[in-house]
Ligand binder design. Sequence first.
Ligand SMILES: Nc1ncnc2c1ncn2[C@@H]1O[C@H](COP(=O)(O)OP(=O)(O)OP(=O)(O)O)[C@@H](O)[C@H]1O
Length: 306
Amino acid sequence: MNRVKIIYNPDSGRRILQKNVPELKEILWEDYRIKADIEGTQGPLHAIEIAQESCKQGYTMIVAAGGDGTVNEVLNGMMHSGCHQNTSLVIYPAGTVNDLGNHFKISKNVHQFAHMIHLNRQQKMDVGFTGETYFLNVAAAGLLTDVAYKVSSESKTALGKFAYYLEGIKEFPKQIFKPIKVELKIGTKIEEKEIFFFILANTSHVGGFRHIAPEAKINDGLMDLLIIESCPLKDIASLFLLMLQGNHINHPYFKYYQVNELTIGGPSEIVVDVDGELGASLPMNFKVIKEAIKIIVPEAYFKING
Ligand SMILES: Nc1ncnc2c1ncn2[C@@H]1O[C@H](COP(=O)(O)OP(=O)(O)OP(=O)(O)O)[C@@H](O)[C@H]1O
């Protein structure tokens, strides 16, 4: 018998969770006789604590309801407490940019979501690890991630994803003249490069773009590293467009690698975004832990990939 814990961020996205979460609990019980307990977060990092506690209490599924930041905190609570072997992670996408929810095509409709929990289709997924932090989808730094943080939380809520792009276009002229000098260590190979950004991705969906890492597979033990090298200002807009369409990886200014471990050295003022939240600064080392967590996925995704 599954016991479900729903951890939700009442502040995330358009605040729909305050209505949806109690409804979800009721549907789970009324339609499937699945008992769920609810706990809202009180601030940053609280979801880590709740997830750790929920692991100790023996819940078989933990629902992370919020944006990718909340999913990351729940993941960290589960990984640090070691319960990821027995407990599945369920993502209820309710943030501004729900890359993971979009990747798995998880429904926000509470009835469909409850049905997904009931079906209990489990998909193993690789987990990234850097310093003391685990991540599920992405670690990135440079132009694109700067863009995300310049969007105030208010405009994120009002404009959703489009605020990211709008802000991005405004930022291009200033940012463009600041390539970052990095040293990449992949296996035994060391390369020095001047880059505008790097993205280390577990799925193809990053920052609202659907095809950033088109070759990424969630359970191959690898993450896909995309780099845009320093290039002339006039080329940036067309590169951005190629990336939106997913036609970028063979372009000469892009470099694309698949790695199971990566070290990036560079200026210490470069802060790396991990699953959409600010993480540590360079230098950083990343490792991939193959199939470290079980995600509950929709039937349609499971049929194709499971
Ligand atoms: N009760 C709370 N009040 C304010 N902030 C919170 C609360 N609970 C969690 N947070 C923090 O809010 C941040 C963003 O959360 P989350 O990712 O869920 O939503 P979002 O920003 O709307 O979505 P996205 O990350 O997709 O843009 C996280 O860093 C999280 O720690």
